[in-house]
Design a binder for this molecule. Structure first.
Ligand SMILES: [Fe+2]
Ligand SMILES: [Fe+2]
Length: 347
């Protein structure tokens, strides 16, 4: 029986994605691993890190701010490893096992899993170069999940046919990943020699595969999600709201980053770190932080997809600088009108 597949507009066909995967393939040894990581340089663009948006951040001196930046950059690598190894690969493999998908999709998923395994090796190697003692055993140092989050992840990956939220998580986080890569490249262009070359290199190489992964995620949306009964979509919407609520006002990893900073600069335990911990909830209300992380500048394709699905209407109050109307087709004019009238969502 012929399997029907209606891909979304504006994305490459699965056949094209598979051709690009072969054509642009690279090996981890294609990267230059000869350089030492430079501890006098930034390891991430400063604007990417949430704590820079808090009032007490300026109370850290220059050395402390630099070290915070480096710990944050390590946390990002850990987060990528967790997401790609413990979440994405399992979710994608279950697609091939449990859904009736065409051969081209199977090939595309196989490319993706191989590439994510390669990325994971790449990020561990970068972590080990940066902090050899911390990562000798390949254990996370900063990234933490709560027991509740672990439980939800296990449930999602055990019943991916019913708990479809993994598709939205994959879409949002893979576009977020490409935005991180873009921010690295843009910051380096504007501030030559400020970023450590090893970090920049790894994120540049990561980008080569991730833009394609984001397109594959959208094929999965039409193939798996759009055919699902309404109750599964509504459940996915409710679960995705909870995921995004934690992400638009980040806490866990930010806290661990602060704890590490305080271990290295014990004086900060007196007042600066407690002040920053108290201020963490402000991130959920910071328009500047949201502009960096949750705006059309950062994740416009995800936002446009969210606007298409009524079960995701619950997300919009979480986004300070975006509205559903502004992200629907022809929505830019609506946003500009909203700004002029002072009516853009400011929840
Ligand atoms: Fe990746
Ligand atoms: Fe990916």
């Amino acid at each position: 029986m012929k399997i029907e597949h209606t891909p979304r507009k504006d994305i490459d066909s699965l056949q094209r994605l598979n051709q690009l995967a072969s054509k642009n393939a690279y090996d981890i040894e294609d990267l230059d691993w000869s350089l030492n990581v430079d501890r006098s340089k930034l390891w991430a663009p400063p604007a990417m890190s949430p704590l820079t948006y808090l009032p007490s951040f300026d109370r850290l001196d220059e050395a402390q701010q630099l070290r915070y930046n480096q710990i944050f950059a390590l946390a990002i690598c850990e987060q990528f490893i967790w997401f790609e190894t413990n979440f994405l690969i399992d979710a994608m493999e279950s697609v091939v096992r449990q859904f009736n998908v065409p051969d081209e999709m199977v090939t595309a998923v196989n490319f993706l899993t191989d590439e994510e395994i390669k990325h994971t090796r790449m990020f561990w190697r970068l972590l080990q170069k940066s902090e050899p003692e911390w990562y000798a055993q390949r254990e996370f140092r900063i990234f933490r999940m709560t027991p509740g989050q672990q439980l939800v992840t296990r449930a999602m990956l055990s019943w991916p046919k019913h708990i479809l939220v993994w598709i939205w998580i994959a879409i949002f986080f893979e576009e977020r990943t490409t935005d991180y890569c873009r921010q690295y490249v843009q910051f380096d262009r504007q501030n030559p020699d400020s970023l450590d070359p090893s970090f920049l290199q790894v994120h540049r190489f990561h980008f080569r595969d991730e833009a394609r992964h984001f397109q594959l995620d959208q094929h999965l949306l039409s193939w798996v999600y759009d055919r699902a009964p309404r109750w599964k979509c509504r459940l996915a919407g409710r679960m995705f709201y909870r995921v995004m609520r934690g992400y638009t006002a980040p806490r866990n990893t930010a806290l661990q980053t602060l704890r590490q900073l305080a271990r290295e600069f014990p004086d900060l335990n007196q007042s600066v770190v407690p002040a920053l911990v108290r201020e963490l909830p402000l991130l959920g209300q910071s328009r500047e932080y949201h502009q960096m992380a949750f705006s059309r500048k950062a994740v416009k394709n995800s936002l446009a997809l969210f606007a298409e699905y009524p079960e995701l209407d619950c997300l919009w109050p979480l986004f300070l600088v975006e509205t559903r109307e502004a992200n629907q087709p022809g929505g830019s004019a609506a946003l500009l009108a909203g700004v002029a009238a002072g009516s853009v969502n400011s929840n």
